[in-house]
Design a protein around this ligand. Structure first.
Ligand code: EPZ
Length: 423
């Protein structure tokens, strides 16, 4: 397994291009199952999760091409030749559950492995299933698989989500595009990735109103056609790299950055005393020397503070001036980066879903372990400012969601390199 070595202390100056959003692409790709015509996604990021989704779709009979050239992904599911999403693939990536709704809507039947939990929580899929039942699906859970049927096709219905769920909103939204009649989704997720999915489905001929609000209305249509759609930029990669100069001092321009995608996060950076300036098609973040201010954070569904930026922000608060309280309200176990940051000298007290961080002058480099995607990158950010050398192990987590992180950071002056693992 590869490791990444970071030598702290370098100010960062330069620019970082922001890639297409992993979490948008992972729902846009299964949308190809809704039509027998090609769907072309431009600005698709080069990530291992995208490769995993490609493998899953190919196992269902989808032709995938152009993954690497110029970030174009052409998907064509002329005919779904296999309606079973295997546990072997699904267990590697939970987003695989997103083939369930489209396959069921297209052909009236689908068998998808239950994804199981992951490091940050149990990650149930009950809302995906209840939402599909509201559209008339008959579901049978056995041997760890969901056996779904809709012999006469799905029919429009109303479903209110008891908790906001990004994936379940995406699954039911896709299924509803081909259901007979009108579907109304209440307490729907409002993430920009939902808006991007609705934009793509609309280009394919779907009739959708209200994406980005808590109530989405879909008029079912008989069929969808192919389209070309640019994947929205990755607001979590954007937020992650906006933090880099906040750790080291200096000034970094995030190319393609859109402030409207990270408003709650940018407001917290401003509170911490970091300068955030929107340009024509970029955001520039800079920090003069001196410590950042301690700031409290509560994670929430969009447009609140994103849970996917909590670990990175906690790492910044480790050397802030004062005490910061971070509440993680989306997932039940998303503080695994805390013990690793404490190995670097951080002072963090975790009580259930609340972490209290008392800022220290400096962190010290140390060997640390990546446990999940966002925790991994928070350790790299901490290493940028720590005294000495930080070795982040098990960086395969990182490669799931960050394209060429060492290249992007070293281009701005960071001393960072990847060491190939021997296993
Ligand atoms: C998506 O996961 C993202 N993944 C996650 O990003 C992100 O953290 C999360 O949304 C929240 O923003 C992708 O888009 C591929 P949820 P998802 O359904 O859809 C509970 C990353 O780092 N819930 O919004 O799985 C659930 O347990 C990843 O890129 C149910 O109870 O998240 C959680 O507490 C990590 N039943 C809450 O809802 C369900 O059926 C929010 O989960 C579904 C979810």
């Amino acid at each position: 397994m590869d490791s990444i070595i970071v030598k702290g202390g370098q100010e960062l100056h330069g620019s970082i291009p922001i890639a297409g959003a992993k979490n948008a692409c992972l729902t846009l790709m299964p949308a190809t199952l809704l039509t027998d015509e090609p769907l072309t996604l431009t600005n698709a990021p080069r990530l291992s999760d995208i490769a995993t989704m490609s493998t899953l779709l190919e196992s269902l009979g989808v032709e995938v091409s152009g993954l690497q050239d110029g970030q174009v992904q052409v998907l064509s599911s002329r005919q779904i030749t296999n309606h079973t999403a295997d546990y072997d693939i699904v267990r590697k990536m939970r987003a695989s559950i997103l083939v369930l709704g489209p396959m069921l809507a297209r052909d009236g039947h689908a068998v998808v492995s239950l994804p199981g939990g992951c490091a940050i929580g149990a990650r149930p899929v009950d809302l995906h299933l209840k939402g599909l039942e509201a559209l008339g699906a008959e579901l049978d859970l056995r041997d760890g698989y969901v056996h779904a049927k809709a012999a006469k096709g799905l029919k429009g219905g109303t479903f209110e989500f008891p908790v906001v769920s990004v994936g379940a909103t995406e699954n039911i939204l896709m299924a509803a595009t081909l259901a007979k009649g009108t579907t109304v989704l209440k307490n729907a997720a409002r993430e920009p990735e939902i808006v991007d999915l609705a934009d793509c489905l609309t280009r394919m001929g779907a009739q959708i109103d209200g994406a980005g609000t808590s109530t989405i209305t879909i008029q079912g249509v008989d069929s969808l056609h192919g389209a070309t759609h640019p994947v929205i930029i990755d607001r979590i990669e954007l937020g992650t790299y906006m933090l880099a100069p906040a750790f080291t001092g200096g000034s970094v321009e995030l190319l393609g950055g859109r402030l409207d995608l990270v408003e709650a996060f940018a407001a917290k950076l401003d509170e911490a005393g970091i300068s955030v300036e929107a340009g024509e098609n970029s955001i520039t973040v800079s920090r003069k020397n001196g410590r950042v201010n301690a700031v409290d954070v509560v994670t929430a569904p969009h447009p609140g503070f994103p849970t996917d930026l909590q670990a990175q922000f906690m790492a910044l608060m480790c050397t802030a001036n004062g005490v910061s309280v971070l509440e993680e309200r989306i997932f039940e176990n998303r503080f695994m980066h805390a013990p690793e940051l404490m190995r670097m000298g951080a002072n963090i007290d975790v009580q259930g879903g609340t972490a209290t961080v008392t800022g220290v002058d400096k962190l010290k480099g140390a060997p640390v372990m990546a446990t999940d995607l966002r925790a991994s990158v928070s350790l790299i950010l901490a290493g940028l400012a720590a005294e000495g050398e930080t070795v982040v192990n098990r960086v395969y987590h990182l490669d799931r969601g960050y394209e060429r992180v060492e290249e992007k950071l070293s281009a701005c002056g960071a001393q960072i390199e990847r060491v190939k693992g021997n296993v």
